[in-house]
Design a protein around this ligand. Structure first.
Ligand SMILES: *Cc1c(COP(=O)(O)O)cnc(C)c1O
Length: 379
């Protein structure tokens, strides 16, 4: 029997164990636990990888989003446009800063921000747009940026799920996700495409002054030690995580390829099945499959999950309740938004295991059993 998991970090670690162990031991030997050379070097290396001038490491992806918004000098009541079909962190930081999240619907194919809805949602109070590259599929950034530029509104990319992916503009220019917004944010949570062995995150920008400000906010609002210019927070990437990330960054492209190969295998196995809508890959981008998320049609999702579980195949619903329907956002008027595509997707999506370490035998087991379960329930 296989021991299938949504993400297999153990087998990935075993392949890079000597390097990782040595890097962690080195941090311990030098006791540079906070702000050590690995943090500085990782910052430079990831900035170069993404193709931006500045990377500012921080404690996690949620902090990255919060600090990015703080750097825009937003005030309570300011509006920020984003999608409801995302992880709560995207929106929670807005609520924390007493901003008003303005939810727009997503496209049913890419699961990302619908451009007509974005256009309609803009008001004189819109202070930022936060597109989310969900499941590894980039949002339609060319259109988002065009609208944002027209209205002079900053864009913060939530790139927590799509690091390593890229976007091709209509003029042929190809850039990495995380290099397009005024600021972009990512997470190094262990299960993310570039994950560390604890918590971690980063912000990216090409703007020198903004980079200084982001760094300052992440460090108690100080540039010079003990002289605090503004209210900030304490958000650091620790050295052990940076040391792990420096090694894993070298493997990121190969990890993204491995994820795409799993997605290809699934796509191929499920092709033509009328109960399964396989994930769409927009021509403008390179999908990095943080998740492999299907839409189920004409079969009961709870029953699919239960039968898969009997066969020891894990599956997940990302996310069972969209942000606008979360109790957390009641006082922010979340429930006032009408988002039919988001609601439709919330009822029918299911994510299958995807990671960098699958064998063909395991994938064959998953797809064969998944198709059997679907056939059984479709009768
Ligand atoms: C994971 C994630 C975050 C938050 O990252 P953490 O490191 O867990 O704080 C934000 N947005 C999205 C879309 C995510 O998937």
């Amino acid at each position: 029997m296989f021991n299938l998991q949504m993400v297999d970090l153990k087998r990935q670690y075993e392949k890079i164990k000597p390097e990782i162990d040595a890097a962690i031991q080195n941090v311990i030997n030098t006791t540079a636990f906070i702000g050590g050379p690995d943090v500085q070097e990782f910052g430079k290396e990831i900035a170069q990888y993404i193709g931006v001038k500045h990377a500012i490491p921080c404690a996690n992806g949620t902090d990255a989003l919060q600090i990015a918004l703080m750097a825009l000098d937003v005030k309570p009541g300011d509006e920020v446009i984003t999608t409801s079909f995302t992880y709560i962190a995207t929106v929670e930081v807005m609520a924390l800063l007493r901003l008003k999240p303005i939810f727009v619907d997503v496209d049913a194919d890419t699961f990302t921000m619908n451009i007509d809805a974005l256009k309609k949602a803009i008001t004189p109070n819109t202070k930022a747009i936060v597109p989310v590259h969900l499941y590894g599929q980039s949002a339609n950034m060319e259109a988002v940026l065009a609208i944002a530029n027209e209205h002079n509104i900053p864009v913060i990319e939530d790139n927590a799920q799509a690091i390593g992916g890229s976007y091709t503009f209509s003029d042929g220019r190809t850039v990495k996700n995380g290099s397009m917004g005024l600021i972009s944010c990512t997470s190094f949570f262990p299960s993310k495409n570039l994950g560390c062995y604890g918590d971690g995150g980063a912000m990216f920008t090409n703007d020198d002054a903004l980079a200084e400000k982001l760094k300052m906010i992440a460090n108690h609002g100080q540039k010079v030690r003990y002289y605090h210019e503004m209210v900030g927070c304490n958000s650091r990437l620790d050295s052990i995580q940076a040391a792990v990330l420096r090694i894993k960054l070298k493997h990121l492209d190969e990890y993204c390829d491995a994820r795409r190969a799993v997605a290809d295998y699934y796509d191929n196995a499920f092709k033509g099945n009328t109960h399964i809508v396989t994930p769409f890959r927009a021509a403008y981008s390179k999908h990095v499959f943080h998740q492999y998320t299907l839409q189920l049609k004409g079969v009961n999702r709870d029953q699919v999950q239960a039968l898969l579980a009997e066969r020891k195949i894990p599956s997940m619903i990302y996310y069972p309740v969209p942000c606008h329907k979360q109790n957390m956002l009641k006082e922010f008027g979340g429930a006032d938004f009408v988002l039919p595509t988001t609601d439709m997707l919330q009822d029918c999506v299911i994510s299958l295991p995807i990671h960098t370490e699958f064998t063909t035998e395991e994938l064959n087991f998953i797809t064969t059993n998944f198709l059997e379960v679907i056939a059984q329930l479709a009768k």
